[in-house]
Design a protein around this ligand. Structure first.
Ligand SMILES: Nc1ncnc2c1ncn2[C@@H]1O[C@H](COP(=O)(O)OP(=O)(O)OP(=O)(O)O)[C@@H](O)[C@H]1O
Ligand SMILES: [Mg+2]
Length: 476
């Protein structure tokens, strides 16, 4: 592991023997250690080599450890600080915790106790950093599409959306319930050339056939009891834009025939009218049923099926793209508690990653909404999840958290590695472009490439600036 990936510990104490001891313990845990004998020199260190973890004496020559704590938290909010107290200053140490100290430890301390404290602080820093990484990624990905998904399956979907958004080709979106069909339909409309015109959603399973006809195609005054004035239908409302026919598989056969005619002739005849009205709409339909099986069984018209299904976008179930779960969790957390930056414990994330999600993203969304309501508004832990989602946890508390941490950390690292690899593929090995797509700086990208042992393929990776300019000029 390179040094910049290790936890950085700063020990602040005027006594050299204490600094040495703490640094020896830190080094044995694999940390990179640094020392300062006063608050002033600690402040300089914080600027030049920002630590992840700080151990500071409560009483320092010119400034108290508490003042130093405030300065550190102000400059580096994610850095964890523990206070070493002498005999009799425990009350003040407790006050320090209210100001954001992670914990305090009484001097003289046992080596083992200090080890455990440092270990716990490092875990916390890792957890917060992982959560922050995912949150940042959510933010950059959201700017791209509002649809979360770096799994191969979702990347295919995103590619399809960008290919289809400016066309008027009919699209059929298939996928289990809660996989994001409506979200994708909206993306196709709102990301594309028709964005300024109407997007009208029709739930084909919600209305009885007679009502549906008048809703879809409109009606003339007096066409039926209660039709006191002429009303335009949903197709007219969508004119020039997109009509989203949701749950198309639920459409009764009688309506299927009428819909087919409208799509073929590009005109509607309102109920009770003799006149036809021209409509020019793009049709996006969605179904969670197997429409092919339905037309084979005779419950769905084959001709309508082929007219709607010029292009299919299939949304994979969430259990087949588990690597999207961590980012979705943070996306949803941000939706329910904007700006609050709730942390998800490693054990909770492990449970979320292992569950099968029969209700897909919608079920995950409900689960997060529940956890936010039941939780302590800081952390989402296993006990905030519905019982069906919690995985069996090992018996002892200690094993429990360690076990889960290592597993989830691996899962997250793997996810990060896969994301970087995929982005590199899309960027054809161009580091500058990949960095931009990932929303991280060049330096961070280099660090991550090194960490995951990724050697980008393709000549573009090492292009000089002149070559790059030439390639751009040539339209590559
Ligand atoms: N990839 C995704 N990224 C972010 N949010 C998502 C994603 N997929 C689904 N969601 C969210 O999950 C919820 C369900 O999505 P949506 O309503 O589009 O699913 P659906 O397939 O139409 O479901 P149903 O079959 O139940 O109608 C919505 O709140 C949506 O915003
Ligand atoms: Mg839907």
């Amino acid at each position: 592991m390179t040094d910049d990936l290790k936890i950085k510990l700063l020990v602040v104490d005027d006594e050299q023997s204490i600094r040495r001891l703490c640094m020896t313990i830190g080094t044995s845990l694999g940390f990179v250690c640094d020392e300062a004998e006063s608050a002033e020199s600690a402040v300089t260190r914080i600027e030049t080599a920002p630590p992840d973890v700080v151990l500071t004496d409560f009483k320092l020559p010119n400034q108290s450890g508490v003042e130093l704590l405030k300065a550190i938290k102000g400059a580096l909010p994610r850095t964890e600080v523990a206070i070493m107290t002498g005999h009799g200053s425990i009350e003040s140490a407790v006050d320090a915790m209210k100001l954001g100290a992670y914990d305090y430890i009484e001097k003289p301390f046992r080596v083992e106790k200090m080890r455990l404290l440092l270990q716990r602080m490092a875990e916390k820093v890792k957890l917060v950093n992982e959560n922050a990484f995912l949150r940042d990624k959510v933010n950059t990905d959201e700017n791209l599409d509002g649809i979360i998904g770096s799994s191969a399956g979702m990347q295919d979907v995103l590619r399809m959306i960008s290919r289809l958004k400016d066309t008027r080709t009919p699209v059929l979106i298939s996928g289990e319930s809660g996989t994001g069909k409506e979200l994708v339909a909206r993306a196709i409309h709102f990301r594309g050339a028709l964005a300024k015109s109407n997007f009208v959603a029709v739930d084909c399973g919600a209305l009885v056939p007679t009502l549906m006809e008048s809703e879809m195609f409109g009606y003339e005054k007096g066409a039926f009891t209660g039709a006191t004035k002429t009303k335009a239908g949903l197709f007219q409302a969508a004119n020039g834009g997109t009509i989203f026919l949701d749950e198309i598989g639920e459409l009764p056969l009688e309506m299927q025939a009428k819909l087919l005619r409208v799509l073929q002739e590009k005109e509607v005849r309102p109920v009770g009218s003799n006149e036809k009205i021209d409509v020019d709409v793009r049709v996006v339909a969605a179904t969670n049923r197997d429409l092919e099986a339905a037309y084979r069984a005779g419950t769905f018209r084959k001709d309508l099926y082929f007219r709607l299904n010029v292009v299919t976008v299939h949304l994979p179930p969430l259990r087949e793209r588990r690597s999207d779960i961590p980012m979705l969790v943070h996306h949803l957390l941000n939706r329910y508690t904007p700006g609050m930056h709730l942390q998800v414990t490693a054990a909770a994330m492990k449970s979320l990653l292992q569950y099968d999600w029969p209700g897909n993203v919608r079920e995950l969304e409900n689960c997060i909404a529940r956890a936010v309501t039941l939780g302590d508004h800081k952390t989402i832990d296993v006990h905030d999840l519905p019982p069906s989602i919690r995985t069996e946890q090992p018996v002892t508390q200690e094993m429990n958290s360690q076990d889960a941490t290592s597993l989830s950390t691996t899962a997250l690292a793997e996810m990060e590695r896969m994301t970087i690899l995929r982005v590199f593929e899309q960027a054809h090995g161009d580091k500058a472009l990949a960095g931009k797509m990932l929303g991280i700086s060049r330096a961070t990208l280099y660090r991550k490439l090194k960490r995951y042992n990724i050697t980008p393929r393709g000549g573009a990776a090492e292009k000089t600036e002149a070559e790059e300019a030439e390639a751009h000029a040539a339209g590559h």
